[in-house]
Design a protein. Structure first.
Length: 132
């Protein structure tokens, strides 16, 4: 006849992490423990692991990626300016093809859409970083 809870077959929790809290932080955890009816350990485990993949942002990698994106956008902007200058020269010479203008417009619209998507993504990242 065994006493206590049965031994776990798998998933045994053998690793421990110590954490220190301010008095106010600890009061919040005690309040959650009382309200939710679960242990402090389980509260912390659930809070940390429920968003484990989404709350940590590697700032160094993010900055490098953003730097690369903005450098590429700068190059694309320069190319657009060069194409516009060339198109104006052709227009003055009467040699500007309507097909070329249509093609340029399509690519320029696509660029503007990508720029809007980038801005939206950056706003989401900034909101996430602000919450952590």
């Amino acid at each position: 006849m065994s006493k206590g809870r049965p031994q776990l077959e798998s998933g045994k929790r053998s690793k421990k992490i110590d954490a220190r809290f301010t008095e106010d932080e600890y009061k919040i955890i005690l309040s959650l423990e009382k309200t939710l009816g679960i242990s402090k350990t389980e509260i912390l485990r659930r809070r940390v692991l429920s968003n484990a993949g989404t709350t940590v942002i590697n700032a160094k990698d993010l900055i490098i990626s953003l730097d690369n994106i903005f450098a590429e956008m700068g190059r694309v902007g320069n190319n657009i300016n060069q194409l516009a200058k060339h198109a104006n020269t052709l227009k003055l010479q009467g040699a500007l093809s309507p097909l070329l203008v249509d093609s340029f417009d399509i690519y320029f619209q696509k660029y503007l859409q990508l720029q809007q998507q980038l801005e939206t993504s950056l706003r989401k990242i900034i909101r996430l970083v602000g919450k952590s």
